[in-house]
Design a binder for this molecule. Structure first.
Ligand code: GTP
Length: 376
């Protein structure tokens, strides 16, 4: 249920039973209530003078005059105070009475009346009422009984006003805390998103869009551990652009960059979701194919790679070395990489033997040649 749908009494869990208990604590009895009620005519007669005297005293304090602020507010306050004084001598100190006292506490908090000002005000009012009662009743036992009852009732009221005041204060603190909690959470989310973005960026080679060498070291170890748990093979394809230096020298560095970007695009386009491609450095790339053998990699991945190279980068060829680890024994990441690298060199060497002039023709070894060397 929303706070605005509950009375202050309900919000503060004050029941009729609780009201009676509070009266018991102060030893405020039906006789006390009756003694006060008996003075209602006397007080009613003097009510205007009492309210006048009260606000004269209040507005003479600069701080209070500033809080009251204007004639309309003063008018409203006078009406409220008049009702309060009559309530004090009504003899009925029930749920409605308590609810009104709680509201006073809340309004005081809202308009910034601090406890010291409220207490000074109630002290002033009590003094005026005591004076009026003494003058009206004389200093006999009836007056003493009424003053005793008034004393208890004022304490009863002050307790209620303070409880609402404190409750409003706690609610304010809770609201501020919730606000700062929400802000901290949103900040945490932003930081974690940004960290993820930065982590992702730190793994990517900016030129080709494939992962970088640093991430290969990290992720290949994890891939091998996972494959070992499942008893699956992992194949690594190592590839190098043939005579890349020649491309740079003959067609310029931007063309060299374009070739590297093109290789990166081709690799990304033929990788399955679980395959990851990396730029190992310069013109060298690695592709890790989990749950794949050398034979399967050569038949599918390498064949497609050579085909796309011929279509998309005519005149540029690759030397490719393929090697596998698992499913029985598993190599360390660096061993698998260096074995595939060695196979790539074998393939490059074999191609050079077959076509010794090709690399002087400008585009590297014969474009699209299947210079693939795999594990036997
Ligand atoms: N355009 C460009 N060139 C690069 C980049 N990184 C490295 N290189 C160049 O790539 C060339 C690689 O040359 P090498 O290692 O001799 O390899 P290669 O010319 O392909 O010779 P082989 O591997 O024997 O076929 C070097 O000249 C590097 O300067 C890059 O990001 N962009």
């Amino acid at each position: 249920m929303q706070q605005t749908e509950q009375t202050l009494l309900e919000q503060m869990h004050i029941s009729e039973l609780d009201i009676e208990y509070r009266k018991q604590l102060l030893n405020f009895t039906a006789e006390h209530a009756a003694a006060l009620a008996a003075c209602l005519p006397l007080i009613s007669e003097r009510i205007d003078a009492l309210v006048d005297a009260f606000y004269q005293a209040q507005t003479s304090v600069d701080e209070i005059a500033l809080l009251i602020g204007d004639a309309d507010t003063l008018g409203r306050l006078r009406t409220a105070q008049r009702r309060y004084i009559l309530d004090l001598f009504s003899g009925a100190y029930d749920v409605d009475y308590v609810n009104n006292r709680l509201r006073i506490g809340m309004v005081h908090k809202r308009i910034g009346v601090e406890p010291r000002l409220y207490l000074a005000g109630i002290h002033e009012l009590k003094g005026l009422l005591v004076g009026a009662l003494r003058r009206g009743l004389g200093d006999g036992p009836q007056c003493a009984a009424v003053l005793d009852a008034l004393d208890k009732l004022v304490i009863f009221d002050v307790t209620l006003v303070f409880e609402t005041y404190i409750r409003s204060l706690v609610a304010e603190i809770e609201t501020a805390k919730n606000k700062s909690d929400r802000y901290a959470r949103s900040l945490e989310e932003k930081v974690s998103q940004r960290t993820q973005q930065l982590e992702q960026l730190s793994r990517i080679d900016p030129l080709t869009g494939v992962y970088n060498r640093r991430y290969l070291a990290e992720s290949l170890a994890a891939t091998l551990r996972a494959a070992q748990r499942r008893g699956e093979p992992v194949t690594l394809v190592y590839l190098d652009v043939d005579d890349f230096k020649g491309i740079n020298d003959k067609f310029g560095h931007p063309r060299g960059d374009e070739v590297l970007r093109g290789v990166g695009e081709i690799l990304r386009s033929i990788c399955r979701t679980e395959d990851l491609s990396y730029r190992y450095g310069g013109d060298e790339f690695c592709v890790v194919l989990p749950n794949c053998t050398v034979a399967a990699a050569e038949a599918a991945f390498c064949r497609r790679l050579v085909q796309l190279m011929a279509e998309q980068l005519p005149g540029v060829s690759l030397s490719i070395g393929v090697d596998q680890t698992g499913p029985e024994d598993y190599d360390l990441p660096e061993t698998l990489i260096s074995r595939a690298d060695a196979r790539m060199y074998q393939a490059k060497h074999a191609a050079r033997q077959q076509a010794p002039d090709a690399e002087e023709s400008g585009g590297g070894a014969a474009a699209g040649r299947p210079a693939v060397e795999g594990a036997p």
